[in-house]
Design a protein around this ligand. Sequence first.
Ligand SMILES: Nc1ncnc2c1ncn2[C@@H]1O[C@H](COP(=O)(O)OP(=O)(O)OP(=O)(O)O)[C@@H](O)[C@H]1O
Ligand SMILES: [Zn+2]
Length: 871
Amino acid sequence: MNSKEIRKQFLAFFEGKKHKIVPSAPMVIKDDPTLLFTNAGMNQFKEFFLGINEPKNTRVVDTQKCLRVSGKHNDLEEVGKDTYHHTMFEMLGNWSFGDYFKEEAITWAWELLTQVFKIEKDSLYVSVFEGSEDADMLEKDNEAYAIWNKIVPADRIIMGNKKDNFWEMGDQGPCGPCSEIHVDLRSDEEKSKVSGASLVNQDHPLVVEIWNLVFMQYNRKADGSLESLPAKHVDTGMGFERLCMALQGVKSNYDTDVFTPLIREIEIITDAKYGKTEEADIAIRVIADHIRAVAFSIADGQLPSNTGAGYVIRRILRRAVRYGFTFLETKEPFMYRLVNVLTQNMGEAFPELREQKQLIENVIKEEEHSFLKTLDQGLVLLDSIIEKTKGDIVDGRKAFELYDTYGFPIDLTALILNEKGFSLDEAGFNVAMQEQKNRSKTASETSKGDWEILHSDLEQEFVGYDRLEADVKIVKYRKVESKKRGVQYQLVFNLTPFYAEGGGQVGDKGYLESPDGDVVYIIDTKRENNEIVHFTKNLPKKLEGTFKAVVDSEQRRRTEANHTATHLLHQALREVLGTHVEQKGSAVHSKHLRFDFSHFSKMTKEELEAVEDFVNARISGQLPLEEHRNVPVSEALENGAMALFGEKYGDTVRTIRFGKSIELCGGTHVNNTSDLWHFKIKSEGAVASGIRRIEAITNDAVKDLYAENDKSLNEIVGLLGNPQDTIKAVSQLQEENAELKKQVAALLKDKAKNLKGDLQNELQEKNGVRFLVKKLDLDAAGIKDLSFEMGQNQTDLFLLFATEQDGKALLSCYISKELVASKDLNAGSIVRELGKFIQGGGGGQPFFATAGGKNPAGIPEALEKAKEYLN
Ligand SMILES: Nc1ncnc2c1ncn2[C@@H]1O[C@H](COP(=O)(O)OP(=O)(O)OP(=O)(O)O)[C@@H](O)[C@H]1O
Ligand SMILES: [Zn+2]
């Protein structure tokens, strides 16, 4: 049976048991701060397990795209080395939300595997939770045991501990025992020698878990104690690729037709042969696996980048490139050439791959290209580290720097060192890594209290499309605490006019007024598990009663104008540039809007003007908002509504329309385009390969801009009033200017002298180098003077200064000549490297060099990198 049929049969089997087939949620999660990627089928149903919302269907079946490369489930380092863990994989799942429980879940799973898929009964093992004697004091899952025992002989039922057989959503929330199903794919001969039962959960590549049936029956509270859930749920997850392995009679996921076409293509591109050497095989598996993870992420709208989810994707891609580089000798971009085969193979089940193919290829190619360059540079740096190493162990911190600052993979470092007869101080590397993790962890850690429930019977409703004020009751609240934000409270109302951050639009602010006039401010509104949560710094003194909830209408009005402009902008771009333009991201604030979209070249002045004209014509056309709520998705799409890739839509959606184009959107809008007043583009530039960004303003922001321009204009016109006077005035100004320039130069010199003393006190010292990394308020000449002054008669000084002048950034690096020689440092290459952060370049001599760039916003990052480097 080929993989496409296997997927279909799974869904059809449960459809036959009255399950509703639902689509996979996006693999990239857009608005959950605790999770970057979907890592299990249950993520998209969390709200039902938590009892926050009622599902439409109590029985559901699907295949879910999952990625396990960060957080609780991180299989990245295993992938490629073994034959059954992937970064991206499909999890087949059937679900009961308060409907059936253990009896049906177990018997159906068994029926599907043994009768439909015809897996031999005696190659299957099942596990049951054995109970625990720790604080939870959980009893053995007797119920599951009894059900299994009716269909499986006792010697195939294995008792499992809490680690393997008790599932928890997180530190808090629903949890319960689970039963796993394992399959033994060894030959009969092997089976007769060692029993399969003894190999379950022992990381044997041919005795693997394929299906996990989770029975949610408890809720874990913030204090760690358990309570019974009122409604019990079933959550199952079966690894699709592993199931294919079991059904196709092969011994590795990579030998199933999910992977063989990719592997063939890799063989063709790289001239390697799969199945010859272990090293090359691992590399080929890594590449075949990682191309899926990366392609699916990009299709979901997550591009490789320097932070967050984007950084995870970048690292996966780099891991694959580097395996190719080292073991298959690929020195040119090649991964992007696999997208075609992948799309042919999976485009039917996941159409987003087809639609986004061009973008996926372009982005991957560009990423590969720039990483290969980094690899080259890294190799040079590593050589110089090796040269300076005394003995044969290379400092782990140095290796960490290389990894952290240049993205040079640590396993590559270890490998190269090995080849050259050196070894890596791994402990030192791990310490440096841990230190960095701790730094970022404490910054982001939050602790959440239990929800205090005041009204469990009230339904929650959003009324903010129609009203900015409502009489509300507090349904529940809790305290949250983080280092970054301090103590905050989260409040949920039965009814709310507050829009929660989503679809790029910021959350509403406003206030809550109690019956006796006590006011607390709502500082933000967010969605959590599909519930609208209001953030406050304080709790109201009394929590009972009816409150007045009032949205800050000024902020809302401006935000709505900008949000509406995004729709018009989207239309305009498709009109002016073509229908390849797709929205890739958007951020709508009250002051401005940002819109990212796919397009492959810089927009010309004419194109930008055409876009502005298009939008402004629709503003003066006074188009009314046409809004429809609760439209079935299929109907909306039939009517030509534009949906966004990587967004999750419910069964029914809201469509909005200004003029011709219809879009699916849950945000808030103005009632008539004339409320935008005017639309003005402030900037257009690249954010990634194939992705451009426009920043624009509307409404009051445009008025402010014009008022400012007007003022300057008036001043000039005023001067022009009498031409004779004007000429005089101008030459006088010129003279004054020249004089001022001289004075400023002298002042700056003085200032530099004074500064020198202060800065000398700030020098830090490490390994015989005294150094300072700092942003200064001086011009280029001032910085140069200062550096040379400070450097006089010194032999161990390293100075890295930055400054911002007239919207441009400047970096300068001064190194005592003695250090240049003894430590093999080069100011020129240092500023070139750091210049990237300020989008510029430069150079000079080994002891003094400068770089100029057009991005002052990158200065802090450049300085940060310099500090890390020095440390
Ligand atoms: N990294 C992965 N690659 C492929 N399939 C996986 C992966 N992780 C889990 N699965 C599949 O998803 C099913 C349900 O996930 P679950 O979280 O229970 O697995 P797990 O206990 O992490 O699996 P394992 O112990 O084998 O890593 C597993 O039974 C397995 O078939
Ligand atoms: Zn909208």
